[in-house]
Design a protein around this ligand. Sequence first.
Ligand code: ARG
Length: 276
Amino acid sequence: MSALGWGHRYLLCPPKHFGVLYEINPWMHEGVVVDVDAARGQWEALHRTLLDAGAEIETIDQPDGVPDLVFTANAGLLDATTRRFVPSHFRHPERQPETEVFATWFADRGWDVDRLPDDVDQEGAGDALPFDGVLVSGHRPRSDAAAGNHLSELLHVPVRSVELVDERLYHLDLTFCPLDDRRAMCAPLGWDADGRDMIESLVPEPLWLEDDEALAFCANSVVVGSLVVMPSCPPRVGRILESWGFDVAVCPVDEFLKAGGGCRCLTLALDVTFAP
Ligand code: ARG
């Protein structure tokens, strides 16, 4: 068993203009007020926890009018070796203006920006995570099934697709969290039968999340070496992670859960590579 080869460099976005201003997933309710100071404090605590774990962090400035840009996981996909960035193509018009903000950030730092076709939706690392040499790609609520082949070509990586069937778990990163090269937290609640079979054959030692654990966003965790940074950690999950040698840090991000996002959603790993 060896640790993930990525997860030591992240892009985060300080919540300057965060709020719940529209409803594009079942967790969002327009009447809900975000406590801006609390959101800022929760974000700072997550930022500090990642730094203390040894991660390097870069930040992007949030323009007004794109409240969900704090969820940098949805920026796009990348390969750090070739410095190629594939910006997301968002399903909902509310998030579409984010694409150019992220594309510009990467282009300004010397990354090659390669686009998906205009008619293919794909929401970045929120819907695609590397595991042991393949890219696991989720589709239906936000990303199109067709995105898989395009990602495979653009990033030169084999892709395995999983259909997301529960609207509450509308992104792959709410159902799947790679821990090392053999283990991952897995929420079968989110997948159809083929998807469950695929994950079962891909992941030698899955930590199967129970439905209430999945709906508490346990899989939406950030893994920095042997530290698992979680929005919440039920005792059963904590015991298993610790028996496997992981430490757990809980970073409550309740203000962001009002928009349907947890710890992983607030981060984009900048050191993912598919080069052999
Ligand atoms: N409100 C955002 C949306 O619905 C939340 C994004 C969560 N991001 C994630 N990677 N799961 O798009």
